[in-house]
Design a protein around this ligand. Structure first.
Ligand code: PMP
Length: 338
């Protein structure tokens, strides 16, 4: 099979059984490994859909510039689409994001503007505001706005959901996903619940984010908002792509639990995945411990690849500095003996 360009290789990622980290938990736990996408994350799916829908709507014209606020993965997907289709890219990113993500975007020819993390989203310095301003100032530019652009959830409704339904042979009982913009949870959940309304969905949130409290009380509680480290999930806004009616439960996961589970997935399952994958699996297994029974089949989506976090969760010193790794004997055998 010959593909006409790299963007045709997006999707059809594998569903893989967990064998070790779920020990003692009833039911079967499968993960959808999205780093098999060409940009190494699930965000390739929505990036290409946002670009193609904008072309169809006439919002994105030949020679145009794509401007987006991104935690890195959407930027990579947009950059691949831009290269193949002949657009320029400018991305704004919060300074808490991994250096690897910034370098990767530059490697594929994008311009990257780093903005402060700890300012309100409506502050003119935030990465949301800077992206909006650039869009106003640069002629023939397109601002996809992944938070509120509904092509985001539709991409997952059209691809991720059907793939999971087919590969799980329609036997999926639970679907779990981290929630950032909400696109991957909402689109996939909508498709799965249309096939079988009994499918239960579990959204994974972080401490420092508003989602869980909002789902449970209907209150947007500003006290829930404080800085956290995990990248890609949790928000201090309510994006239009989060459809709370499709998310049955939320589980919050700490930065530390997520980091430890990320490392376990690599070392115990051979799944060299990103930090929010640890959040998703830790949170989903917490839910599964209490709620899954024999014969249940849970699918957890793993958004991206571990290379983007080599300087963070995969770095022992970084882990120790954050109090996430207590075992001082985590060096090489030679270091431990001496
Ligand atoms: N994990 C990572 C690493 C991500 O980049 C994102 C996207 N923000 C998510 C999880 C959450 O996905 P979504 O935006 O579809 O809710």
């Amino acid at each position: 099979m010959i593909y006409n360009s790299i963007i045709e290789t997006i999707g059809n990622t594998p569903l893989v059984r967990l064998n070790k980290v779920n020990k003692g938990i009833k039911g079967e736990i499968l993960v959808k490994v999205e780093y098999f996408n060409p940009g190494n994350s699930m965000k390739d799916r929505m990036a290409i859909k946002m670009v193609e829908d904008a072309e169809i709507a006439g919002i994105l014209k030949p020679g145009g510039t794509i401007i987006e606020g991104t935690s890195g993965n959407t930027g990579m997907g947009l950059a691949l689409a831009a290269i193949v289709k002949g657009y320029k890219c400018i991305f704004t990113m919060a300074d808490k994001q991994s250096k690897e993500k910034i370098d990767i975007l530059k490697a594929v020819g994008a311009e990257v503007i780093v903005c402060p993390t700890n300012v309100a989203s409506d502050d003119p310095r935030s990465y949301y505001s800077v992206a909006k301003k650039l869009n106003q100032d640069i002629p023939n530019s397109f601002y996809p706005n992944q938070y509120d652009n509904l092509s985001n959830w539709k991409a997952h409704y059209e691809t991720t959901g059907p793939e999971i339904w087919k590969d799980s042979e329609g036997k999926i009982t639970h679907y779990a996903a981290g929630v950032g913009t909400g696109g991957s949870m909402s689109g996939t959940a909508k498709f799965l619940k249309e096939q079988n309304p009994e499918v239960i969905t579990v959204g994974i949130d972080t401490y420092g984010s508003v989602f869980k409290k909002y789902k449970e009380t209907g209150v947007f509680d500003e006290n829930e908002i404080y800085p956290y480290l995990t990248e890609g999930i949790g928000e201090d806004i309510l994006p239009k792509n989060v459809d709370f009616s499709l998310i049955d439960h939320f589980v919050k996961v700490t930065d530390k639990d997520a980091a430890i589970m990320t490392r376990r997935l690599s070392r115990e399952e051979g799944l060299f995945v990103g930090w929010s994958c640890g959040s998703a699996v830790h949170g989903a297994l917490e839910y599964a411990k209490e709620n899954l029974k024999e014969g249940d089949r849970m699918v957890i989506i793993l958004p991206d690849h571990g290379t983007r976090y080599l300087g963070k969760v995969y770095n022992d010193e970084w882990m120790r500095n954050h109090g996430f790794l207590e075992n001082k004997f985590s060096g090489t055998a030679r270091e431990i003996i001496s």
